[in-house]
Design a protein around this ligand. Structure first.
Ligand SMILES: [Zn+2]
Ligand SMILES: [Zn+2]
Length: 244
């Protein structure tokens, strides 16, 4: 039990540390509405770039795909492209390290009515980790996210740990929801439900967009129960901004 609460702490802190930094050298003008509605774009291609040996969990990608199909109006479809690059040699990644890889390796961009998103699976942890404060994922631009695969791997898949599928799915969908403008991150709130101590996150501890709780048990929920999903207030926000 002691071990579980330690991991819980790490995961909770990890969720705190998920940054919502808005810098995108490429698709700077994209908005959450572009992803949610079919007004400007009716097709989405999600490019998953991973370092060899750190491939995305296939079920987690399926879960992200199902989530996007459930919430996004993309009548021409949502497609995934996976490609790999050799080991980077990095011991850690800063946001600018990740941006450099994106600039060099990203192949999918918006084009006419086709929209794109980019997700990079690193082969080393986040450079900003301090002590037990570990970041699992980051959304660093309007169309750009990264998952720190070695850190996710460290906290999932082992005895007494959450499954890799569940943790990776939660991080993937959580980060994509920041691209979709949650919470108060480009998609207007229908009712005030932002956690003002932790901007851009939901104040409902049962919601996927909740960051952490002093009394909640996010890892316990992940181990014992279903993956956390969006609550009604987050869904209402997405719908009001063109989503399903
Ligand atoms: Zn977040
Ligand atoms: Zn919520």
């Amino acid at each position: 039990m002691k071990k579980v609460s330690k991991y819980l702490m790490l995961v909770l802190i990890a969720f705190i540390a998920i940054a919502c930094n808005k810098q995108d050298p490429i698709d700077l003008r994209l908005t959450p509405n572009d992803y949610l509605s079919d007004k400007h774009y009716d097709k989405l291609t999600v490019e998953l770039l991973y370092v060899e040996g750190h491939a995305p969990n296939a079920q987690a990608v399926d879960n992200l795909e199902a989530f996007l199909n459930e919430r996004l109006n993309k009548p021409k479809g949502i497609y995934f492209i996976e490609r790999s690059i050799p080991a980077t040699g990095n011991h850690s990644f800063s946001i600018s390290d990740i941006e450099d890889i994106e600039k060099a390796e990203r192949t999918q961009y918006r084009n006419k009515r086709n929209l794109a998103a980019f997700i990079f699976y690193t082969d080393a942890e986040y450079a900003g980790n301090e002590g037990d404060s570990k970041t699992l994922g980051v959304q660093y631009g309007p169309s750009s996210m990264a998952l720190f695969e070695p850190t996710i791997d460290e906290y999932s898949g082992g005895l007494g740990q959450v499954s890799e599928e569940k943790l990776q799915s939660a991080v993937l969908i959580h980060e994509f929801c920041h691209v979709l403008g949650l919470v108060n991150n480009g998609t207007k709130m229908q009712q005030d439900h932002e956690d003002y101590n932790n901007p851009y996150h939901c104040d409902n501890e049962d919601c996927l967009m909740y960051y952490a709780s002093n009394t909640g048990d996010m890892l316990g929920i992940l181990i014992q129960g279903e993956r956390p999903e969006l609550d009604q207030q987050c869904i209402d926000d997405l719908r009001a901004n063109g989503g399903k």
